[in-house]
Design a protein around this ligand. Structure first.
Ligand code: UDP
Length: 248
C-alpha cells in the first residue's frame, strides 16, 4: 500500500504532510492490512542526530510515516510555502491508543523507569479500560534480545517505545527486522507524562508551538539540546529553500 500523504523533504529528510486524522487513518489501514509500519515523529534535533549518525539517519529516512512534530519542522515547511499543522508525537500516540482500544488491537509499552511505565499504563487503562495491553517493560534492561523475544511472543499489533532518540529508533529497527507486520512508534518522554510524573506545558504554550520553550525553562539542561540546533536548522532550511527555488 502506498502512502497517500504527500512527502516533503527537508535537508534530505522526509516529512509527511496532512492532518493528524489523515495520518491516523493511514496507520489504521496498515493495521487492517497487517502490513506494519514504523512511525517517526521528527524534529530538528533528530535530523541533526541523524546527520551525525549514519545508522540513525537511514532509519529516520526509511520510516513509513514521518510526522511533523516540533515547531522547527512546521516553520521549515512554512518557508517552503506549506501550511502544516504541528502534530505532537504524544498526542498522535494517545489517539493511536484510543484506536487500539476501540478496535481491540493489542498494544505493548516499552521504555522509561519501571514505576513510570507501570503508572502510565495504569492511567491509560483508567481512561480506556478496553485497551488490551499484552506486554509492558521498562527501558532499562541488560539484554535487548530478551525483551524483543518477549514482545514477539506477546504478539502486539502496536508497540510504543519510550527510550529517547536514538535508543528507541535502534530498538524499533531491530524489532522490525524480526517481524515486519507491527506498528512501531518511538514516543520519547511520553510515558513520563502519561504516568503523571512529568507535566506537559499548559495548552496555551502547546497551541503557540512553544512547548519546547516551556520544557527548556523547566529543565534548563535541555538548552544545549535545542541551541544552536534550532536556529542553525532554520538557517540551513532557508538556504536550501532558496537553492531549490533557483533550480526550479
Ligand atoms: N529511557 C529509557 N532507557 C534509557 C534511557 C532513557 O527508557 O536507557 C527513557 C527515559 O526514562 C524517558 C524516555 O526514555 O522516559 C525519554 O526521555 P527524553 O525526555 O530524553 O525523550 P525526548 O522526548 O526528549 O526524546
Amino acid at each position: 500500500m502506498e502512502l497517500e500523504l504527500d512527502r516533503e523533504y527537508i535537508l534530505g529528510y522526509g516529512v509527511d504532510l496532512g492532518s493528524k486524522n489523515e495520518a491516523l487513518d493511514y496507520i489504521s489501514k496498515k493495521i487492517i492490512s497487517k502490513e506494519g509500519a514504523q512511525i517517526v515523529t521528527i524534529n530538528p534535533e533528530m535530523i541533526e542526530m541523524g546527520e551525525k549518525d549514519e545508522r540513525l539517519g537511514k532509519i529516520l529516512k526509511n520510516a513509513d510515516l514521518i510526522i511533523p512534530d516540533g515547531v522547527g519542522i512546521k516553520l521549515a515547511l512554512r518557508f517552503r510555502g506549506i501550511k502544516q499543522e504541528q502534530i505532537a508525537g504524544i498526542d498522535f500516540a494517545r489517539s493511536l491508543i484510543n484506536i487500539c482500544a476501540d478496535n481491540d488491537y493489542s498494544v505493548a509499552f516499552v521504555g522509561a523507569q519501571e514505576e513510570v511505565v507501570n503508572r502510565a499504563v495504569e492511567n491509560i487503562k483508567k481512561e480506556t479500560p478496553n485497551l488490551n495491553v499484552v506486554y509492558k517493560h521498562n527501558g532499562y534492561y541488560d539484554d535487548e534480545d530478551v525483551i524483543i523475544d518477549a514482545i514477539l511472543a506477546a504478539e502486539p499489533k502496536v508497540v510504543l517505545v519510550a527510550m529517547g532518540v536514538p535508543r528507541q529508533e535502534f530498538f524499533i529497527d531491530k524489532l522490525k527486522s524480526k517481524k515486519n507486520d507491527i506498528i512501531l512508534i518511538g514516543v520519547g518522554g511520553s510515558f513520563d507524562v502519561w504516568s503523571g510524573f512529568t507535566k506537559r506545558a499548559p495548552v496555551v504554550w502547546q497551541k503557540l508551538g512553544l512547548e519546547w520553550l516551556y520544557r527548556t525553562i523547566k529543565q534548563p539542561e535541555r538548552f544545549k539540546r535545542i541551541f544552536p540546533t534550532l536556529p542553525l536548522f532554520l538557517f540551513r532550511v532557508i538556504i536550501e529553500t532558496i537553492q531549490l527555488e533557483k533550480d526550479y
